[in-house]
Design a protein around this ligand. Sequence first.
Ligand code: TMP
Ligand code: ZN
Length: 413
Amino acid sequence: MTPPDIEPSCRACGSSRLRLGFDLGLLPLANSFLSVQNSEVQAPESRYPLRIFYCDNCRLIQLSDIVDRREMFDDYAFLTATADTSLVHFDKYADQLTRKLALSAEDLVVDIGSNDGTLLKAFKKRGTGVLGIEPARNIATRAEAEGIPTINEYFGSESVARIGRNKARVVTANNVVSHVGDLNGFVESVSELLDAKGLFAFEVPWVVDVLRHYNFDIVYHEHLSYFGFKPLSQVFERYGLELVGIEHFPAIHGGTIRGLAAHLDAFPKQQDMLDQTFGAEEKEADFRALERFANHAKEFRSELVALLRRLKKDGKKIVGYGAPAKATILLNYCSIDRSILDFVIDTTPFKQGKFIPGVRIPIMHPDEFRKAKPDYALLLAWNFKDEILEKEREFLQSGGKFIVPFPEPEVVG
Ligand code: TMP
Ligand code: ZN
C-alpha cells in the first residue's frame, strides 16, 4: 500500500479553504476484488481514508486523500457493456451527437476512458472515425480486439501530442472527469485536442442527485470530485471553453448529468437550462446539504443493519444482488459481512469467484441465485432496479423479495 497523498487545495480553483463535511472512515478500494486463489484473501487488504471536503471558494465537493491512480485503474474491473440500460443509453448518445454535428467518416470522435469501447462502437456503426484512450490494460486490449483503436494510457498532453491539436470533432468522457486528479491539466488538454467547431461531451454523477438521494455509496476513492457545473464551468473558462448545453438523466447511475462544452462562441448556449442547473446547485449542494448527507448515511446504516438482523433472526436467507464498486462501500460502511449475506451474485465473469474487498463476501455466478432460492436479495446494483426487477420476475412471483437500499431501505415484492 502506498499511503494516499493529501491534496491541501481545491482541485478546481486552488483555494485552501476546504471544509470537512463527511468522514466515512478507512475503507478498501471499491473495485479491488480479491481472488480466491490468492493469498490476499488471508492478508488484510489496504484501507484508505475516505473523507469529503467542501471548497468554500468555488463550492466543489471533493476528496483530498488521493490514492495512487495506478492502484485503482491499471487493471480495472468495471465494464460498460454489462447492463442493457447502459448499451441503450450510449447508443442514443452517439446517435444524438452524430445528428447534431452531421458527423461523417472524416470526423474523429475521441473517447477518454473509453473502457470496453461501448460508446465508440455506437459511433463507428454510424460511420465516424473513432479513437479510444483507456488506461486499464486489460480493458484496452479487449476493446482493441473488438475493432476499436485504443491508446492504452492516461489522457493528457502526451495524448494530444500523439493525436494532434484541434483534431477531434467530438471528445467524450463519461464517468471520467470525476476520477481526474489534475483537473486543470485535463481540461487544458481537452481544449487543445478539440476542433474549433467541436464539442466536448461528458457525463458525471450530478452532485445534486447524489445529495438529494443520499447515495453515499457512490463516494469512493476513484471519485475525486462530485461535480456541480458551476465550479466546473470556471475551470473550462480558464482554458477557453464554455458550457453550452446540459442534459439530465435521472435514471442513469442514480442521476447523471451530461455537459456539452465548446470553444468560446462556437455554439449557441442553452441559457435557460444552464441557469436552472446552477440555481439547483446553489440551493441543494451547499455545505449544509453535505452535512445532512453525512447524518443521513449514519441513520441509513442503523436502519438497514437493523432490518437485515431482524430478517436473519427470523431465519431468512439473504444474498446480495450485483457487485458494483458501490457495493464495497455500502457493505463496508455498514459492516455487512458473510454472517448476514451468504454471497453476492454478479454477471461480470471476472468478478465471479472473487470476494468483495473488506467484508470478503464471495461473488458468484447468477445461476447460484436461482439454485439457492434466497428469501431476500439486497439490491446492491440499485441503479439498474427496473432492469433487474423485470428480469427477476420469477423470483418475485415465487415469494422472493428485494431490499432496495435507496432512498430509504425498502422491501419490495
Ligand atoms: P455499476 O452500477 O457500477 O454500473 O455496476 C453494475 C454491476 O451490477 C456490474 O458489476 C454488473 C452487475 N449486474 C448484475 O449482476 N446483474 C444485472 O442484471 C445488472 C443490470 C448488473
Ligand atoms: Zn474550489
